[in-house]
Design a protein around this ligand. Structure first.
Ligand SMILES: *[C@@H]1O[C@H](CO)[C@@H](O)[C@H](O)[C@H]1NC(C)=O
Ligand SMILES: *[C@@H]1O[C@H](CO)[C@@H](O)[C@H](O)[C@H]1NC(C)=O
Ligand SMILES: *[C@@H]1O[C@H](CO)[C@@H](O)[C@H](O)[C@H]1NC(C)=O
Ligand SMILES: [Ca+2]
Length: 520
């Protein structure tokens, strides 16, 4: 695959960064001059500088692209907007936010869903933590797979290349601006961003010293197939008239029954199922008397049968695990509509049409097993990201921190265990503690939220900014720069209580007083 090696063909001369504050100009006069000089003075291969602005006080800013027209920044910074061509038929649109108060660290950011939107709130967050931060649109605008239709290079950007290019070009912009290279490089992303971070470790192990990958959408083809199958169990594409359809009110009843059967398994009835894999949920408990029509919250036989499938892993014809099951406890999360509304999921439909079948119209009413097999075999853009080949990343000293909510209705936490186990087997390491740590977070929704202790600095507005035990970014810095690996990760719940999350395969156990971690 091609590698973008941008070159600083024209180096600027910078004066010292420690120059005087100039109130008339607003901000630091030297930084302002150096920032504005990037507009015409910075020439990077395949890259067009669109605009450069020096922003000395927190403000609202306007943005390009179709996702959002406005954003805000908090830290005083130099903002660089640019395009980089990644092939003859693809380009990324990206921004570098370069804070006045820089601690020498670089950070690349990922995307969400089907990509296409620059993560402005995360640019703000990481630049406020003094990282020189770069984010891109992953090669297309908007949350849709249509841009991939007959555009394999655009798909490659989304799958793996955009993050590499933003790292390579971003680091050069950082050096040009500050007059010295970054010291360490980091990556932060969740969901699709978690998958992109995983691809970075697999395909470009030199790009980042520390990668934080939350709820990663790894095993992507199977994930997209699994969520399609869930909707079929519920009767899509005509779910509302299907006997197996489960309406939103019934999900509330089911959620209560799941808690009734499984909350206490961890020793505490607190509305959180610490170990959903220990929950052998029996939907039969909700079966209507005489299996009759649904009334008073009871369920019909077809509904109970659908639930059995939803709470079971998806296996292939040879008995291999295609995708883990829906986590019991995740059905009460707001994002349940993503996977269990009964509507055929738009991501799955778009992926099938535009990437797998290469058509613009397709009737999904026969969607089934064969489509999953085809999607996995096409593996467009090498999107799968289910590969244990982490040895290059490990051997160059890279550190990987992953986290996953155990009540995630979008991407089940079993997916992260599945990947961990694959890496462990591939590298013949019984645990990956030396370079890869996966923290499972009981009661957390997709990437954040939920009743659990779900705030640990993974996203803007999620908790402490000054403690490495309570902030996953600072924990990663401590690991990369001081060799101090996080033993546990402490999250804070909405009510202010905290809980130490355990790294897989250790288990979270109640000792009668509090939860602790017990080695597997
Ligand atoms: C710049 O783009 C061209 C055309 O896509 C590509 O062939 C070349 O490798 C790129 N240059 C670098 C340094 O990546
Ligand atoms: C769709 O296009 C991709 C990429 O060119 C190709 O790998 C795949 O086989 C095509 N799908 C079908 C069903 O032909
Ligand atoms: C972090 O900041 C908060 C409030 O600003 C403070 O109460 C707390 O003691 C600080 N913690 C550490 C570890 O410095
Ligand atoms: Ca519990």
């Amino acid at each position: 695959m091609e590698i973008v090696v941008g070159v600083l063909s024209k180096l600027l001369t910078f004066t010292s960064l420690s120059s005087s504050w100039n109130a008339n100009n607003g901000g630091n006069a030297t930084l302002r001059a150096n920032c504005l000089a990037l507009k015409s003075g910075l020439t990077l291969e395949n890259t067009t500088i669109l605009d450069v602005s020096y922003l000395p006080v927190a403000s609202g800013i306007s943005t390009l692209g179709t996702c959002q027209s406005k954003a805000t920044h908090t830290a005083p910074l130099c903002r660089v907007q640019f395009y980089t061509d990644t092939s003859d038929t693809s380009r990324i649109h990206a921004e570098a936010w370069l804070p006045d108060e820089w601690y020498g660290r670089f950070m690349g950011l990922g995307n969400r869903g089907l990509g296409g939107c620059i993560a402005y709130d995360e640019l703000d967050y990481a630049s406020s933590l003094h990282f020189a931060t770069v984010a891109s649109n992953s090669g297309h605008d908007g949350d849709s797979a249509l841009p991939f239709y007959q555009k394999p290079e655009v798909l490659n950007d989304f799958s793996f290349r955009a993050i590499h290019v933003e790292a390579v070009v971003g680091k050069q912009i950082v050096e040009a601006y500050y007059g010295r290279p970054h010291t360490k490089s980091y990556y932060l992303g969740c969901s699709t961003g978690g998958r992109q971070g995983t691809q970075a470790a697999l395909k470009y192990p030199e790009d980042f010293d520390g990668i934080i990958a939350g709820a990663p959408a790894t095993n992507f083809n199977n994930l997209i197939h699994w969520v399609g199958m869930l909707s079929r169990y519920l009767g899509s594409p005509n779910a509302a008239s299907s006997p197996s359809f489960i309406p939103p009110e019934s999900w509330k009843t089911i959620a209560k029954e799941v808690l009734k059967q499984c909350d206490y398994l961890d020793g505490v009835s607190d509305g959180i199922i610490s170990e959903p894999d220990a929950c052998d949920f029996r939907p039969e408990a909700l079966l209507c008397p005489g299996h009759g029509t649904s009334a008073n919250g009871c369920l019909t036989l077809p509904q109970v049968q659908a639930l059995r499938k939803i709470y079971s892993p998806l296996y292939g014809p040879d008995g291999e695990l295609v995708y883990p099951r829906f986590d019991p406890g995740a059905e009460r999360m707001p994002l349940i509509s993503f996977s269990l509304s009964g509507d055929f999921p738009p991501y799955t439909e778009q992926w099938l049409k535009y990437v797998v079948l290469n058509v613009t119209e397709y009737d999904i009413s026969d969607y089934g097993f064969k489509h999953g097999v085809l999607s996995a075999s096409v593996n467009g853009g090498d999107i799968s990201t289910f590969d244990g080949g982490f040895s290059l990343f490990r051997d160059r000293g890279g550190k990987f921190l992953s986290y996953h909510g155990r009540a995630d209705p979008v991407i089940p936490s079993g997916s992260s265990k599945h990947l961990y186990d694959l890496i462990s087997r591939t590298l013949s390491m019984p645990n990956l503690d030396s370079f890869y740590r996966l923290f499972l977070v009981p009661g957390m929704d997709h990437c954040a939220g939920g009743p659990g202790a779900a705030s640990f600095g993974q996203l803007p507005g999620t908790g402490s900014l000054n403690s490495s035990s309570h902030n996953i970014i600072l924990a990663m810095v401590d690991w990369v720069e001081n060799g101090i690996a996080p033993d546990t990760l402490t999250g804070t719940a909405n009510d202010g209580t905290t809980r130490a999350h355990c790294r897989y395969p250790a288990r979270s156990v109640w000792n009668g007083n509090e939860f602790g971690c017990e080695s597997a």
